[in-house]
Design a protein around this ligand. Structure first.
Ligand SMILES: C[S@@+](CC[C@H](N)C(=O)[O-])C[C@H]1O[C@@H](n2cnc3c(N)ncnc32)[C@H](O)[C@@H]1O
Length: 338
């Protein structure tokens, strides 16, 4: 357990707190909430507090962002021993928990606090240093953009952002950094925008896909997700619940595939495919299809519009590893980034 965490300073405190997404659906699908839960993406603690209010005995709150943990020191104090705060990544959640769990919840991606603070460098809407590191340590987006080979940049943009102009943008980035290093979000957004047609009214900013791709690469988000799902499988008690909220189709595809493989649905998915040996179900699906927010939630919180929730219940079957490629992680990652 980490020592006492410093309180957030006034400049730490974001103006716009994070609004929890799909929390009512999570509580409904996971009812009755009980026992020990691990929230692997603590953020502003919206899920953790809702789980405690719904009947969780204790919550272990994990986040890789020191700001989330500093903020949590404030709101968690009244809960005493019912909340344990842990700095780390959810790929290690079984080790970080150190006990068998009744539930695990993952709310993927970045929080509003991260997105809205220009100095974190996640947003093309606000000029700031080209950073994007959730953990505030390791290589930044500027390190990646200024040193990665052109082909690697193109692969990142294509595979993590589904950017069809990936090669053109990677070429423009390499040309621009040859003149001077790219160190701000505004400069990167400008380089990307020049490679693409001007957006029509109602279309997203041209840099949306590139920023998503670079953020995913900087934070190794897909490797984290694959490892985190398997760590949850190891940590959950029989009957324990795994609830995952995704925000784009690439994430959702990995989660859907994981649950298909781990719940034995894969065997029926394609009748021409060879039977798989690992069909002993480690999860039973609680949600038959992904649950999406209703119109009222989207009106209240537009950031919820692309969210999807999937929930599975752990069986007695022993945990098994799944190869990242079987979850659909792009193969190019194996070649390394530089
Ligand atoms: C969408 S926010 C979670 C918001 C939270 N559910 C709430 O209601 O306030 C995602 C949080 O997860 C954290 N995060 C993302 N990936 C992580 C990982 N692999 N390990 C630990 N924390 C992670 C981010 O730093 C961010 O604070």
């Amino acid at each position: 357990m980490p020592g006492p965490l410093p309180r957030p300073s006034a400049s730490d405190r974001p103006a716009d707190p994070h609004v929890p997404v799909l929390i009512d659906a999570i509580l409904r699908e996971c009812a009755p909430v009980a026992g020990v839960w691990l929230d692997g993406t603590l953020g502003a603690g919206g899920y953790a507090r809702a789980l405690l209010a719904a009947g969780a005995e204790r919550v272990i709150g994990v986040d890789r962002d020191p700001l989330a943990l500093r903020m949590a020191a404030d709101w968690a104090a009244p809960y005493g021993d019912r909340v344990r705060l842990v700095a780390g990544t959810f790929s290690d959640l079984d080790q970080l928990a150190g006990e068998a769990l009744d539930g695990v919840v993952l709310d993927l991606g970045v929080s509003s606090m991260q997105l809205d603070q220009a100095e974190r460098g996640f947003s093309f809407m606000k000029d700031g240093p080209l950073d994007m590191r959730m953990s505030q340590s390791g290589d930044s987006a500027a390190d990646l953009v200024n040193t990665a080979a052109e082909a690697v940049l193109a692969d990142i943009l294509y595979h993590y952002g589904e950017e069809r102009a990936s090669r053109r943008i990677a070429h423009a980035i390499v040309a621009a950094r040859g003149v001077e290093p790219i160190v701000t979000t505004a400069r990167l957004a400008e380089i990307v925008a020049k490679c693409l047609p001007r957006p029509k009214p109602g279309q997203s900013h041209p840099a949306t896909r590139s920023f998503q791709a670079i953020r995913i690469a900087v934070n190794a988000e897909f490797e984290e997700l694959a490892e985190g799902l398997m760590a949850a499988e190891r940590a959950l008690k029989p009957g324990g619940l795994l609830a995952v909220v995704t925000f784009h189709s690439l994430e959702d595809r990995i989660v859907k595939r994981f649950f298909q493989l781990a719940s034995g649905q894969e065997a029926n998915a394609n009748r021409y495919a060879p039977a798989r040996a690992d069909t002993e179900a480690r999860f039973e699906m609680v949600t038959r299809k992904a649950v999406a927010p209703d119109d009222a939630e989207i009106a209240r919180n537009p950031r919820a519009r692309s969210a999807k929730l999937r929930v599975g219940r752990r069986t007695q079957a022993p945990a098994r590893a799944i190869a990242p490629a079987d979850l659909g992680l792009p193969e190019f990652q194996k070649k390394g980034r530089r």
